[in-house]
Design a protein around this ligand. Structure first.
Ligand SMILES: [Ca+2]
Ligand SMILES: [Ca+2]
Length: 407
């Protein structure tokens, strides 16, 4: 700015020099006055031009940017839909003209892919993603558009499937000695088994979880699905009711282990959430604490009362899940509370011919293996090596399950 003023003064001085050559002395005074006015006018003019010029330069700097936003966590994932949204942290200095989320099966989705349209107001929003294909992985980004262009939020990824609502514990693969010489003959011979990694439900499946599943699949009010009994609604101890078209866990029994459930129902539940029932070997490895095993008689202790609801302490009923100590891997109630269905057919002499790697049990049979004992019956049933079996259509007041998952 100072440089511009020097320039103005230099030229006005030259102008003054030229005028000084005028010989009409009488008019000189008037001229000098006029000159002073002119000098000031020129100075003001240049200043105005300069300031106007500066102001015009400022206008040319466009500070508008595309909107900045965050993609909201993916929730309510099903085989065909999910929910996300956007949190607009900076509109970019211009009006939002469009916003929503975009997704596709390839990373970095744009508004040329699948999108939602949540209008043009600048507020944060949720979006319903639909039309998905089961077991397909999708990439999602929130987007918002203004006059400058489209901004995208961080990318999130999910797979369209039913998401298991419970907690899982990872059981690292490893080798262990399956069976026992301290129990019945069907627990012998002790044999080496090597298993691949899997994860297992930290708790037995509860009444509220099973009721949700029955509602989601549209099971018949009598507890069957496609003619197969999944839940014995007339069972002695069933803690789920069917009221006004919905399966509902009985009040106060929400977090108790589901009982009166058939092997078919347990299997269907596990598969609905992308899992399966554990093999007998997986169940025993997890109950023994996997690679962290301390070699306890019961799952997590040699003192049954520390880790299990059994006939010795149950008061003749099931108890809420996870209310006894966990085992070495953080898994609860493997011993006691309720027996648990596994996938294997029961074979009393199977251990004599079991393969060593990821054994799957017999290829046919009459009963499916149950493990862990329960709130009633002999306390010895809660030994980690104890084996039992039930007809897969049977349902009991002391028999439930937990699923496993393989990545
Ligand atoms: Ca149990
Ligand atoms: Ca029954």
């Amino acid at each position: 700015m100072f440089g511009r003023f020097v320039y103005v003064n230099k030229h006005t001085s030259m102008f003054t020099h030229t005028l000084a050559k005028i010989k009409d002395r009488k008019s000189m005074t008037t001229l000098k006055i006029s000159l002073t006015i002119m000098k000031k006018s020129i100075l003001i003019l240049f200043t105005v031009v300069f300031l106007t010029s500066c102001s015009k330069d400022d206008d040319l700097v466009d500070n508008t940017t595309v909107p900045t936003l965050t993609t909201l966590a993916i929730t309510e994932i099903t085989p065909t839909s999910a929910t996300s949204g956007g949190d607009i942290t900076d509109a970019g200095g211009a009006d939002i003209t469009a916003k929503g989320v975009c997704w596709n099966t390839s990373p970095s989705p744009t508004i040329l892919d699948f999108t939602t349209d949540e209008g043009n107001n600048p507020s944060n929003y949720t979006s319903s993603i639909s039309g998905l294909i089961v077991n397909t992985t999708y990439y999602v980004r929130a987007y918002a558009t203004n006059s400058k262009g489209t901004g995208y939020g961080n990318e999130l990824e999910f797979t369209a499937k039913n998401v298991f609502p419970g907690e899982k514990v990872t059981v690292a693969g490893g080798a262990f000695q399956m069976g026992s010489t301290a129990g019945r003959t069907n627990e012998s011979p002790i044999h080496g088994v090597t298993l691949s990694q899997f994860s297992i439900s930290k708790y037995e499946i509860t009444n509220v979880q099973y009721a949700t599943f029955m509602n989601d699949i549209g099971a018949n009010g009598n507890g069957s699905f496609n003619g197969v009994e999944y839940l014995d609604m007339a069972g002695v101890g069933v803690q789920i009711s069917h009221t006004s078209g919905d399966f509902i866990a009985n009040s106060g029994k929400e977090n108790y282990p589901v009982i009166e459930v058939s092997w078919f129902g347990a299997k269907a539940y596990a598969e609905y959430y992308g899992g399966r029932l554990p093999t007998e070997a997986e169940w025993e490895f997890a109950a023994k604490g996997g690679n962290s095993s301390s070699g306890y008689i019961y799952s997590g202790s040699n003192t049954l009362d520390d880790v299990a609801w059994s006939t010795a302490n149950s008061g003749g009923t099931t108890h809420p899940i996870g209310t006894k100590n966990a085992n070495e891997l953080g898994i609860h109630d493997m011993s006691g509370n309720v027996w648990e269905w596994t996938n294997d057919w029961f074979g009393s002499d199977y251990y004599g011919s079991s393969p060593s790697d990821d054994p799957q049990g017999l290829t046919s049979g009459i009963r499916r293996v149950n493990r862990g004992g329960s709130w009633n019956g002999s306390v010895s049933y809660s030994r980690v090596a104890y084996r039992n079996g039930s007809n897969p259509v049977n349902t009991y007041e002391n028999l439930g399950f937990r699923p496993v998952f393989v990545p």
